[in-house]
Design a protein around this ligand. Structure first.
Ligand SMILES: Cc1cc2nc3c(=O)[nH]c(=O)nc-3n(C[C@H](O)[C@H](O)[C@H](O)COP(=O)(O)O)c2cc1C
Length: 205
């Protein structure tokens, strides 16, 4: 079975390197991942005053993430941190309090940059947010894709054969296993709780 994966790209740039990396992951198609890119460029800035009557773009974004089995973040680093558009999307999805669409969703992070450290700072800020979001985030392989340029991609906009493509292929495979593990664990825990509740009900008064 293929898992539905929401890919959230942290760049709004038309020719974004990160969007091309995301497209390359979608194009692998052999790892039980049914990927869709979730757009974030139209999301109004998060404002708690609007929680009672949320903008349609927030509703659309929340529904798309909620429908996914897992979330893959693919993002650049801006000034050693998360780009504002991505942070806004994370904030929008995390609210209203207690109704976060990220809660318990398995996730993974890829960051790409022409620079040498591959968006390490941004990668770890997303990871830091995922702790509060209660998202079980895949640990390995880490993916800080450095020295990524337009030359890293072929005419179809996908990564050329080489170490970067090898890494995202391994990552996609690992992510499919990670999503399966987390969803199965959640199911087993739910079954355990149901059995425990039944056993309690059956106890003599
Ligand atoms: C506002 C801004 C801040 C940036 N800060 C960093 C940075 O901290 N580290 C880095 O490696 N690259 C940085 N860059 C360069 C980006 O990695 C580069 O523009 C990259 O192509 C952006 O990703 P994209 O192609 O997916 O849009 C920055 C670019 C911008 C526009």
């Amino acid at each position: 079975m293929a898992y539905k994966i929401a890919i959230i790209v942290g760049s709004l740039r038309r020719d974004s390197l990160n969007r091309k990396v995301a497209r390359s992951i979608c194009a692998l198609r052999n790892d039980n991942l049914d990927c869709s890119m979730i757009e974030i460029g139209d999301l109004p800035l998060y404002n708690q005053d609007l929680d009672g009557d949320p903008p349609v773009q927030w509703v659309r974004f929340r529904q798309e993430v909620a429908a996914a089995d897992g979330v893959l973040f693919v993002s650049p680093e801006y000034n050693r941190g998360i780009p504002g558009a991505l942070k806004n999307a994370i904030d929008v999805g995390s609210r209203p309090y207690g109704q976060s669409v990220f809660d318990k969703k398995p996730g993974a992070i890829v960051t790409a940059s022409p620079g040498s450290i591959g968006g390490f700072g941004s990668n770890h800020q997303i990871r830091q947010a995922s702790v509060f979001l209660n998202m079980p985030m895949m640990l390995q392989p880490e993916a800080y894709l450095g020295h990524v340029t337009d030359d890293s991609f072929d005419e179809s906009g996908c990564l050329k054969d080489g170490p970067l493509k090898d890494l995202i292929t391994v990552l996609a495979h690992a992510f499919s296993g990670w999503v399966e593990t987390i969803l199965r664990s959640r199911q087993l825990l739910a079954e355990d709780s149901a059995h425990a509740a039944q056993a309690k009900e059956a106890e003599p008064a």
